[in-house]
Design a protein around this ligand. Structure first.
Ligand SMILES: C[S@@+](CC[C@H](N)C(=O)[O-])C[C@H]1O[C@@H](n2cnc3c(N)ncnc32)[C@H](O)[C@@H]1O
Length: 261
C-alpha cells in the first residue's frame, strides 16, 4: 500500500484542528439522522474519537466500536473516558474485521474521501450492519469549497501551488455520495447539507490551529519566508474578522443515510 499524502499521527493536535469541527457538524448530523438510544454503533475512521464521544454522550449506545488505520489516533481515542462501553482498534474501512450484521448503525464521520475505494468501504459498512439498520456519513463539501480551512488551499493556489487533497475528494459531492449509497443497494437514501460556524479568538488563534493540521506546516516548511508571509496575508484578508478581532469561520458538510435491505 502506498503511504497516504495526508497522515493523521497526532491525536491531540487533531482535536483542536478538526475534532472541534467534527463535533460541530456531528451535532447537526445526529439531529438530522435522529437515531434511537442504546443501539450498537460502528464508527469507521473514528480517528481520535472526536465524533465517538458525541455518539456516546448523546445516544448512550449499547456498544460502540471505532476503527482507524492510525495508531496515534486510536491511542488517543482509547485514553478518552466515554459514556458507554467502547472498543477502539486499528483497521481499514475497506476490510472491516467484523462479522455480518453486527451493528444497528455504521457511520463515517469526515472519512469517506480518505478511503481509497469509497464504494468498497460503504459495501463493507452494509455487510456489517443488520437488515433495517442504517449506513450514514458526513463529509466536508471539498469539491464545493466547504472545507473549514479552504482559505488556506485558496492561498496556496493563489501562489500557483497545489494543496494536498484527500485522494477521493470528489466523492463528497452530493450526487457522488448518492451514487455510492444507491450503488451499495441501500434503500430510502436521503441527503442533507450541514453548515456550521466556529469562532476563533483572533487571527493568530486561527493560524496556530490551522498549523496543527496534517498538511499546512509541511507545505510552509518548503516555502520561502516571503511566500509564507504573503500566504498569511492572503488568509487574513479573506477571513471574516469581527470588530473585536474574532474570526468567524463557516464550513459546509454533506450528509447521507440509507437503510440496509
Ligand atoms: C478527518 S479524520 C476523521 C476522524 C473522526 N471520524 C472525526 O470525526 O473526527 C479522517 C480519519 O480517516 C482515517 N482514515 C484514512 N484512511 C482510512 C481508511 N482506509 N479506513 C478507515 N479510516 C481511514 C484517518 O486515519 C483519520 O483518522
Amino acid at each position: 500500500m502506498t503511504e497516504p499524502a495526508i497522515r493523521f499521527d497526532d491525536g491531540a493536535a487533531y482535536e483542536s484542528f478538526m475534532g472541534v469541527w467534527s463535533r460541530l457538524a456531528g451535532d447537526a448530523f445526529l439531529d438530522w439522522l435522529s437515531p434511537g438510544r442504546g443501539e450498537r454503533w460502528l464508527d469507521v475512521g473514528c480517528g481520535n474519537g472526536a465524533f465517538s464521544t458525541l455518539l456516546a454522550d448523546r445516544l448512550q449506545p449499547s456498544a460502540l466500536h471505532g476503527i482507524d488505520p492510525s495508531e496515534a489516533q486510536i491511542r488517543f481515542a482509547r485514553e478518552r473516558t466515554l459514556a458507554c462501553p467502547a472498543e477502539f482498534r486499528m483497521g481499514d474501512a475497506m476490510a472491516l474485521p467484523y462479522a455480518e450484521a453486527q451493528f444497528d448503525q455504521s457511520v463515517m464521520a469526515l472519512v469517506i474521501f480518505f478511503v481509497p475505494e469509497p464504494a468498497v468501504g460503504v459495501a463493507e459498512m452494509v455487510r456489517v450492519t443488520r437488515p433495517g439498520g442504517t449506513v450514514s456519513a458526513y463529509a466536508w463539501d471539498l469539491p464545493g469549497g466547504g472545507f473549514p480551512y479552504a482559505m488556506l488551499q485558496d492561498a496556496l493556489r493563489a501562489q500557483g501551488r497545489s494543496p494536498v487533497m484527500p485522494p477521493q475528494a470528489a466523492v463528497a459531492a452530493l450526487d457522488a455520495l448518492q451514487a455510492v449509497w444507491t450503488g451499495a443497494g441501500l434503500q430510502d437514501v436521503a441527503t442533507t447539507v450541514i453548515t456550521v460556524q466556529r469562532i476563533f479568538r483572533d487571527f493568530e488563534d486561527f493560524w496556530q490551529i490551522a498549523l496543527l493540521g496534517p498538511s499546512l506546516a509541511p507545505a510552509l516548511a518548503k516555502m520561502a519566508p516571503a511566500d509564507v508571509a504573503a500566504m498569511r496575508e492572503f488568509v487574513r484578508t479573506h477571513l471574516s474578522e469581527e470588530r473585536d478581532g474574532r474570526i468567524v469561520c463557516t464550513a459546509r458538510a454533506h450528509a447521507i443515510k440509507g437503510r440496509v435491505a
